[in-house]
Design a protein around this ligand. Structure first.
Ligand code: PMP
Length: 306
């Protein structure tokens, strides 16, 4: 689907969607020099609220710091601009895409360290990334022949545009094999993550998820679900997982801002548990969506009301 809304925020100004354009020789187009976030706003009983807005904004600035990309706006300015954009676009539920990128600064690979990045914020309606039905029915996935990035090639802790070439290989291969998503192993052959989601494996009532050293993007949904699962009384372990953990799991789910919380019903054609959403997945999902429909109390101050 082609995303669209009436307005977009670009370099400090709210303007019509069509007017936010860049030069064809932009550095980011040629070399992937961009950092971005995926954020969601939900229509809660108290009105639209942006989920973990502060953490997403912090990660945007962290990603920019790693690549020495200057953002000529403060985190507060970006957050207020986002709230204003949602109001002006009259959105209730929204997917929000802030990005900072090197624009028309010349094609030298080594960017002038003083070059200011361009900054854009888009907000538009977007359903669950792996399909609305996926939240209940679950998805079939396959282990990718592509590994995630090695830690000393490109840092996966940065949410940088260039990293998503790896994600495109993983997602594209999965699609060609008839899977909704691919699971990549890290360079040591241990489970890492999906092309755009983190992963949890449930066995004997314990939740396992790969550690931040497994070539993952440390997801904000992942961190949310670790907190919620512990609230529900489950043990959660961040530890290295071998591929066969996928085949022997009682339940698996994947998570991310765009994908939300998605049960996995098979991996490489091997049925996971009962081959449908498992009971722990359902409890965690219910508690997650409860944050937005008001059935889970937001004890953590995660909702930023628009
Ligand atoms: N891993 C990758 C590669 C991603 O692109 C995403 C989506 N941002 C995630 C994990 C999940 O991160 P989050 O929960 O912060 O959206």
């Amino acid at each position: 689907m082609a995303a669209k809304a009436e307005f977009i925020w670009f370099n400090g100004e709210i303007m019509p969607w069509e007017n936010a354009t860049v030069h064809v020789l932009s550095h980011a187009i040629h070399y992937g020099s961009s950092v971005f976030e995926g954020v969601r706003a939900y229509n809660t009983p108290k009105g639209p609220a942006i989920f973990r807005h502060q953490e997403h904004t912090k990660r945007l600035f962290d990603s920019a710091k790693i690549y020495r990309i200057n953002i000529a706006h403060s985190a507060d300015e970006i957050m207020e601009a986002t709230r204003e954009l949602i109001r002006q676009n009259k959105l209730e539920n929204a997917y929000i895409r802030p990005a900072a990128f090197l624009g028309d600064i010349g094609l030298g690979l080594r960017a002038n360290p003083d070059a200011k990045s361009d900054v854009v914020i888009a907000a538009f309606e977007w359903g669950s990334y792996l399909g609305e039905g996926s939240l209940e029915a679950g998805v079939d996935v396959g282990v990718s022949s592509w590994n995630r990035l090695a830690p000393n090639t490109m840092p996966t802790g940065a949410k940088a545009g260039g990293n998503y070439l790896s994600s495109q290989l993983i997602a594209g291969e999965a699609g060609r094999h008839g899977y909704a998503e691919g699971i990549a192993l890290d360079i040591h052959g241990q489970i890492s993550e999906g092309s755009g989601e983190n992963i949890f494996v449930v066995r004997n009532n314990v939740l396992y998820t790969p550690p931040t050293t497994a070539g993952i993007l440390p997801g904000i949904t992942r961190s949310t679900l670790i907190t919620l699962a512990k609230e529900l009384g489950y043990e959660v372990r961040e530890e290295s997982l071998a591929r066969e953990a996928l085949y022997l799991a009682d339940e698996i789910f994947m998570c991310g801002t765009a994908a939300e919380v998605v049960p996995v019903r098979s991996v490489d054609g091997i049925q996971v548990g009962e081959g449908k959403r498992g009971p722990i997945t359902e409890k965690v999902q219910t508690m997650y969506f409860g944050l937005f429909n008001g059935t889970t109390e937001d004890k953590w101050g995660w909702l930023d009301y628009v």
